[in-house]
Design a protein around this ligand. Structure first.
Ligand SMILES: Nc1ncnc2c1ncn2[C@@H]1O[C@H](COP(=O)(O)OP(=O)(O)OP(=O)(O)O)[C@@H](O)[C@H]1O
Ligand SMILES: [Mg+2]
Length: 270
């Protein structure tokens, strides 16, 4: 609840950010460029990210892997514009994000957080959150693409069933699929995904995996990946360590290299 509230506040609060007079962004293709991006949290002793250089093509899927504290979430928050580089630049379609109205940029970005947050309200409200004009057929299409339509139809009041504390108890996999539907209905050009670590049963797992694949298709995606299936699908895997990219390549390449990724792969990942 807290994170949804604070995200909503940041997105709606015009005074929190200096967007006035900045260039609005009616459409994006989704090309991202990072040039020497360093980030240090206030009061931190060291940098969370050090001089990251990265070119991400529109539509490319990038999986971020690395141990806890290596900087994966920080990188996502930088792309989202929630935090700004301490030094260096991030460009969207070649334009410095520092010169853009981030409220309009975020209309093209969907975020699926690690713990998918549902708030008090109906299934439909949770999916169409922030989109009061969403049509029924759009909600249906999003639920269907997220592999959620069947279970939603079986709820006592369909998508008018209330979820959250006083509503239907949904399984972890069902919540994740609603979060995916919420992202899909926005049809974003850029998708930021912090994959859940919680284990799902095999059927839920397959269903979520399939929905995620559909969500990522054709969009620039940065995914903090914990599932081997997600990493394998990525066009490129970046291995972060202590705020630096220490390896980059696809799954086969990196396993073959026998380095950091291969060690992670043999251990926790997958
Ligand atoms: N709000 C904060 N204030 C100060 N330091 C922070 C803050 N958030 C993260 N850090 C530090 O920045 C570094 C990178 O953190 P980050 O959250 O990006 O790691 P991560 O790779 O996402 O880890 P995890 O896999 O545990 O989610 C870590 O050293 C972390 O302690
Ligand atoms: Mg993280």
């Amino acid at each position: 609840m807290e994170s949804v509230r604070s995200i909503a506040e940041v997105m709606q609060e015009p005074d929190l950010e200096l967007n006035e007079g900045r260039q609005s962004v009616p459409s994006v293709s989704g090309r991202l460029t990072l040039r020497g991006v360093t980030y240090r949290y206030a009061d931190a002793d060291g940098d969370a990210l050090h001089g990251i250089d990265l070119d991400i093509a529109a539509g490319e899927t990038i999986a971020l892997v690395g141990s806890s504290g290596s900087g994966k979430s920080t990188l996502l928050n930088l792309v989202l514009g929630f935090v700004r580089p301490t030094s260096g630049r991030i460009l969207l379609d070649g334009v410095d994000m520092g010169s853009l109205d981030l409220r309009t940029v975020r209309q093209h970005i969907s975020v699926v957080p690690q713990e998918s947050v549902l708030f008090e309200g109906t299934v439909r409200e949770n999916v169409a959150y922030g989109l009061p004009a969403a049509r029924d057929r759009e909600v249906t299409a999003a639920l269907e693409a997220a592999n959620a339509l069947d279970f939603v139809r079986e709820l006592p009041e369909g998508w008018d069933t209330r979820v959250g504390q006083h509503g239907a108890r949904l399984s972890g996999g069902q919540r994740q699929r609603l979060a995916i539907a919420r992202a899909l209905i926005r049809d974003p050009r850029i998708l930021l995904l912090d994959e859940a670590t919680s284990a799902l049963d095999a059927e839920s797992e397959a269903s979520v995996r399939d929905a995620l694949a559909r969500l990522m298709r054709g969009r620039t995606t940065l995914v903090v990946a914990h599932r081997l299936s997600t990493v394998r699908q990525a066009d490129r895997i970046l291995v972060l360590e202590s705020g630096r990219i220490v390896e980059a390549g696809d799954h086969e390449e990196l396993v073959g290299r026998g380095g950091r990724y291969a060690a992670l792969h043999a251990g926790s990942l997958g």
